[in-house]
Design a protein around this ligand. Structure first.
Ligand SMILES: COC(=O)COc1cccc(COC(=O)c2cn[nH]c2)c1
Length: 254
């Protein structure tokens, strides 16, 4: 997968050199490229923003630099690159006014060959930028939550990490095993219950004996019960959705 990120703060993405994503880039699984939006400004001050038409507080990001940046970055892919010839990227714009980002949407994005992220700042990007881009590529405005960040960079890190860990070869065997178990059956759409590792007793706190019993059926039943308890306590609306879904999987006894 090829990922391009256009931002006025490229250094914000240093974390993408580290850990799983850093290794995936070194292994050629991920081709992540950073672009400084100011490269497409032509005035002495590298201006990227201006006052909003119609008045109001704050500044709006000017359309011209974005238009030139997207032409350069999301135009024709170079031959032999990660995105095949004639590939068209999907433009992802993190914004509080976007549609909700979910694990299911991350899965869909992870199946795309090429994503371009536009990191907005200030009061936002001139709306004509997305309108113009939509003439030649799919555009998704994505919200990672109901709060306002100072810019799209943190949200882009969240989306890139969530999507990248779903790519084959990015997670080690141990982690991908965990991911698979959530994909299966009755644990889907439930929150994960408590997890434990050695020692069996720590500061007078015991690991639940069932987990040491070797009775895998009992362990699975205990884990599902704990997942239900956690979900009922922290996200009751997920349980209602599950119930409305016809108790799919909940009544399984395996
Ligand atoms: C059309 O899109 C834009 O103009 C984007 O502009 C902005 C402006 C300010 C902040 C952000 C970053 O996104 C969030 O704050 C956000 C995303 N999810 N939850 C909070 C983006």
């Amino acid at each position: 997968m090829r990922i391009d990120i256009i931002t006025i703060f490229p250094d914000y993405f240093a974390p993408l050199e580290l850990s799983l994503i850093g290794k995936a880039r070194a292994a050629g699984i991920l081709d992540i490229r950073l672009h400084d939006l100011r490269s497409w400004t032509h005035d002495r001050h590298n201006t990227v923003d201006d006052t909003p038409y119609g008045g109001g507080p704050g500044m709006v990001m000017k359309p011209e630099p974005w238009g030139e940046a997207l032409d350069a970055v999301a135009g024709a892919p170079e031959p032999g690159g990660a995105a095949g010839p004639g590939a068209v990227p999907r433009l992802v714009v993190p914004t509080p006014s976007g549609t909700p980002f979910t694990q299911e949407r991350a899965k869909r994005l992870s199946e795309e060959p090429w994503l371009v992220f536009a990191c907005g700042r200030y009061e936002g990007i001139d709306s004509r930028v997305a309108a113009d881009a939509a003439r030649r590529m799919p555009v998704e405005e994505v919200s990672i939550g109901d709060y306002v960040l100072a810019g799209g960079e943190s949200a882009t890190l969240v989306i890139v990490e969530t999507v990248s860990r779903l790519l084959p070869g990015v997670l080690g065997n141990a982690e991908s095993a965990v991911q698979d178990s959530f994909a299966a059956g009755a644990m889907e759409n439930l929150l994960e219950g408590p997890v434990f590792t050695k020692p069996a007793r720590w500061r007078d706190l015991e690991v639940p004996p069932v987990l040491l019993s070797g009775d895998h059926g009992a362990v699975d039943r205990w884990r599902r019960h704990e997942a239900l308890r956690k979900t009922a306590r922290n996200r009751p609306e997920l349980l209602r959705a599950l119930a409305e879904g016809g108790m799919a999987g909940l009544d399984r006894t395996d």
